[in-house]
Design a protein around this ligand. Structure first.
Ligand SMILES: [Zn+2]
Length: 164
């Protein structure tokens, strides 16, 4: 159930991930979100890479004017890299999370495809064990042609591999 739910989410978000991937090449994006007065999140989509940079003020006594002071170092994510780093630059802490978008897209594709592979494989496994292919109920000794648990009709030759 959880796998199916994740697969549905993956299939729904997959086009978005692919679009972002494409956009990162065609039209690089930089967004800035001021999460709190002391935290600012920058989102980069550049050359197939997604970069998230969280900038944190160390103390709450810093005023917002200070916060907007430009930083000396402003590294943008490099292509194909995967990294999670944190560094302190003066009063600022910078946390970077960089990952290639092919990784996200690939992962979503794999998760979305899981039910395709687990479904038939599980059915074969149940059949081999002599269990109902619908619900997995043990049908050994059941010759009625119908699963007593879920009512699924099965042909006897389907269950030829039953082990008694
Ligand atoms: Zn059944």
């Amino acid at each position: 159930m959880i796998i199916k739910g994740l697969a549905v989410i993956a299939i729904v978000t997959l086009p978005m991930s692919a679009l972002l991937w494409r956009q990162s090449h065609a039209d690089p994006v930089q967004h800035r979100y001021d999460v709190t007065p002391h935290k600012s999140l920058r989102v980069y989509l550049i050359n197939g890479v997604c970069g998230l940079r969280l900038l944190t003020m160390p103390t709450k006594t810093n005023i917002k004017a200070t916060f907007h002071t430009p930083l000396n170092s402003d590294p943008t994510p490099s292509q194909g890299s995967l990294m999670l780093t944190s560094s302190i630059n003066g009063p600022y802490r910078t946390t970077w999370l960089v990952f290639p978008l092919w990784m996200t897209t690939g992962l979503l594709t794999i998760v979305g495809a899981i039910p395709v592979f687990t479904g038939p494989v599980r059915q074969r496994w149940r059949k081999w064990k002599g269990h109902c292919i619908q619900c997995g109920y043990d049908l050994r000794g059941n010759n009625s042609g119908r699963c007593s648990e879920c009512g699924f009709r099965y042909r006897h030759d389907d269950n030829r591999m039953r082990r008694y």
